[in-house]
Design a protein around this ligand. Sequence first.
Ligand SMILES: *Cc1c(COP(=O)(O)O)cnc(C)c1O
Length: 385
Amino acid sequence: MRNNIYLDTAATTRVDQEVVKVMMPYFTDKFGNASSLHSSGREAEKALSDSRKTISEKVNAKNHRLVFTSGGTESNNFALKGVAFANREKGKHIITSRVEHDCVLNACKWLEKQGFEITYLPVDREGFVDLNGLEKAIRKDTILVSIIHANNEIGTIEPLTEIGKICSDRGVYFHTDACQSFTKVPINLEKQNIDLLTINSHKIYGPKGVGGLFVRQGVRADPLLHGGGHEFGLRSGTENVSGIVGFAKAAEMMKEDHVEHMARLRDMLIKGALEIEDSWLNGPTKDRLCNNANFTFRFIEGESLVVHMDMKGIAASTGSACSSNTLEPSHVLSAIGLKPEESHGSIRMSVGRENTKGEIEYTLEVLKDAVEKLRKISPFKRQGG
Ligand SMILES: *Cc1c(COP(=O)(O)O)cnc(C)c1O
């Protein structure tokens, strides 16, 4: 039996050895506080500004500040709450979609309790937000549009350029959550009219607990954390220098070759899995994230399938890692029109640059065998045929 085939890179990735290597000195010899004036502090400050430059270049940030945070969750909360409170004199309406990450949706729910009004745009069968619907939803009192770039469950890549254009024409701030797409899908903050961009490190072979929010100069956003005025006064707290250095190295290391390799493995997985009867792919075939595959296998439980595959050494997921401890069907699968029992028969497999063709071949063998076995004992099995 082959072991440890990790197909859950949408949940997190291992920290690359090269990343660990560049981080290490910042725990020991180079432990300075970036706010200190002495040479040790200046060394840390230099590491921060080099990292900011490396990451900024990845998204053509020219008129944005990169504010380092503790990760995607904090960046999304900061973007939504920060913009909401700083602009509430102008209006209290925010537009988002039904397929956002939980941290965006729950921040929006909280904002509703504070008197803001949120529109949750529907999506089509493949998970794409309707652009006409977006245009119609923008009102005089709309202050922010927040739409995820690449979906973490079904891999849909939303049309950022078009959304950015609509927002800029209407004078509304545009935020996008790019935790899944950063370094995998090209992003250009200028050309795509993106005012705020959320990114994080642990989805791209960097350490956990580090992320960033790009904030365009002139965009009004209140900080969540008040203190010593770090990070342009937008996020106080001594910077996580080692983590940030690791984040920059991870961003620098992701190459077009990796993206192409992942896309090939993804396509192989999709082709093989759809040979199984009564199965389908969730999310689009075109404009799909390079590492994401999400399937429904009718008449079985996704959870049993994930457990079965785990016993064979393969790590897959029933969907979003964050919601796998609830029994609610995934809000993303519901939004694309799946019935609850269809959602429960769904699994997500997300490949990484370290996976091989051989691993995908073995995964497909295990998958076919597992689906067949589980259907034999399934209580929801097709009757009489
Ligand atoms: C992982 C993820 C987040 C949360 O990021 P953390 O760094 O884990 O807090 C937010 N949005 C998307 C799309 C993600 O994939």
